[in-house]
Design a protein around this ligand. Structure first.
Ligand code: HEC
Ligand code: HEC
Length: 317
C-alpha cells in the first residue's frame, strides 16, 4: 500500500516539474519543502524573467542587459556585507532586493516580506555552495569616528589614503595630480609613487569570476568571464548605495567575485570611514561644474618628474 503511494507521489512530483517533496539544508538551516515550493512559485512570478527558470541569469528579459542578471548557480555575490567571497546573509538578500542596485536592471522590487524570505530560500537551491557552506559573518560599522563636524578632515585623510596608501587608483581613476600622488604616498609610506599605470585618470577593466551565459560556451563547456570596469565616482553610481555608511560597508566588505578586495582587516576603522567620506565627496561632485573643472585640471597638468632626491638615490642624473 505505502509502496504505491510512494510511486504515485513520484509521478506527481515529476509532473509538477520538480516540486520539492522533502526539506533541504541550505546555508546550515533546514528549510521545509512547502516553503521551497512557495518560494519557487513567487520566484517564477517576480524574478524568473531575468534570473531564469534555472537561476542561471538567462531569463527571457535578460538579453542585452548590462550587467547581465546574476547567475545564481555559481553562488558568487557582489554586494553582501560579509568579507568578499563569503555567502550572503538573508538580511543581505532582503536589502539588495528591496533597495535595488542603482544603475542596473535590478530595480527595487516590492515583494511582501514573508514572500521574499521564501524566494531567498529557493534561490539558494540553485547553487551547491549553500548545501555545504554557511553565510559569512556580517560586517557591521562601528560608530563613525569623524562625524559631520570633522567631515572636511575625513575627506582630506581619505584622499591621501585613496591615492597614497590603499592603492584604489590601481583599478579606479585617480583624482589628484601626479605631484600630489607622489607627496601623499611619500607621506604615508615613506616611498613616493613615481610609476603609475598608463592612464591613471581612467578606471581599468578588471577580470572577474562572473561568467555570461549569453555568449557561446568555451570548448571546455564553461562560459566567457566578464571583465568589469570599476566605477568612476565622478560619473557612475555606486550600485549598492552612496551614503557614507553604504560606502563604508562596500569598502570594508569588498565586492565578491571581482578584483575589489575587502579592506576590513587591512585598515584601521577611522581610515575605512575616511575613505568612505572621500568617495562620498566625489559622488557629491558628480554632474557639477567642479567635477568638470577637476577633470580638465588633471588632463592638462604639466609633465611631472620625480623630485631630484629620488633620481639621485636610484643613481639617475
Ligand atoms: C529586470 C531584471 C531583473 C529582475 C526581474 C530581477 N533581477 Fe536580480 N539582478 C538583475 C541584474 C541585472 C543583476 C546584476 C547586477 C550587478 O551585477 O551589478 C541582478 C542581481 C541580483 C542579485 C545579486 C546581488 C549581489 O550581491 O551579487 C540578487 C541576489 C538578485 N538579483 C535577486 C533578485 C530577486 C530575488 C529577484 C526577484 C524578487 C530579482 N533579482 C529580480 C536583474 C533583475
Ligand atoms: C584590484 C582592483 C581594485 C582595487 C585596488 C579597488 N577596487 Fe573598488 N572596485 C573594483 C571593481 C572591479 C569594482 C566594480 C565591481 C562591479 O562591477 O560590480 C569596484 C567597485 C567599487 C565601489 C562600488 C561598489 C558599488 O556599490 O557599486 C566602490 C565604492 C569602490 N570600489 C571603492 C574602492 C576604494 C575606496 C578602494 C581603495 C581602498 C578600491 N575600491 C580599490 C576594483 C578595485
Amino acid at each position: 500500500m505505502s509502496l504505491s503511494r510512494a510511486s504515485l507521489l513520484a509521478v506527481f512530483t515529476s509532473a509538477c516539474g520538480g516540486s520539492f517533496d522533502k526539506p533541504m539544508t541550505l546555508g546550515g538551516v533546514t528549510i521545509p519543502a512547502e516553503r521551497l515550493n512557495r518560494g519557487k512559485a513567487a520566484y517564477t512570478q517576480y524574478c524568473r524573467a531575468c534570473h531564469g527558470d534555472h537561476g542561471d541569469g538567462t531569463g527571457p528579459a535578460s538579453y542585452g542587459l548590462r550587467p547581465p542578471p546574476r547567475d545564481f548557480t555559481a553562488g558568487t555575490f557582489k554586494f553582501a556585507h560579509v568579507s568578499s567571497g563569503q555567502l550572503p546573509t538573508d538580511a543581505d538578500f532582503v536589502r539588495i532586493v528591496k533597495g535595488g542596485l542603482h544603475g542596473t536592471a535590478m530595480l527595487a522590487w516590492d515583494v511582501p516580506d514573508a514572500t521574499l524570505l521564501d524566494i531567498i530560500q529557493y534561490v539558494k537551491t540553485f547553487s551547491p555552495r549553500w548545501k555545504t557552506e554557511t553565510p559569512g559573518t556580517p560586517i557591521t560599522p562601528g560608530p563613525d569616528p569623524w562625524g559631520p563636524a570633522r567631515k572636511a578632515e575625513a575627506v582630506a585623510r581619505g584622499a591621501k589614503l585613496y591615492h597614497g596608501l590603499a592603492q584604489c587608483l590601481q583599478c579606479h581613476a585617480a583624482y589628484e595630480t601626479r605631484a600630489q600622488i607622489y607627496a601623499d604616498s611619500k607621506e604615508l609610506t615613506g616611498n613616493g609613487t613615481t610609476e603609475l599605470r598608463a592612464n591613471p585618470y581612467e578606471p581599468e577593466l578588471k577580470e572577474s569570476d562572473y561568467a555570461d551565459r549569453h555568449y557561446p560556451p568555451n570548448p571546455d563547456g564553461t562560459y566567457p568571464k566578464l571583465k568589469l570596469l570599476p566605477p568612476d565616482f565622478l560619473l557612475n553610481d555606486a550600485r549598492s548605495g552612496s551614503r557614507v555608511t553604504d560606502l563604508y560597508l562596500t569598502i570594508a566588505s569588498g565586492v565578491g567575485g571581482t578584483a575589489m578586495p575587502s579592506w576590513k582587516l587591512s585598515l584601521p576603522e577611522a581610515d575605512l570611514w575616511a575613505l568612505a567620506y572621500y568617495v562620498r565627496s566625489l559622488v557629491e561632485m558628480k554632474d557639477t561644474p567642479r567635477a568638470e573643472a577637476l577633470r580638465q585640471a588633471l588632463a592638462s597638468q604639466p609633465p611631472w618628474k620625480p623630485p631630484a632626491e629620488v633620481t639621485a638615490a636610484t643613481g639617475g642624473t
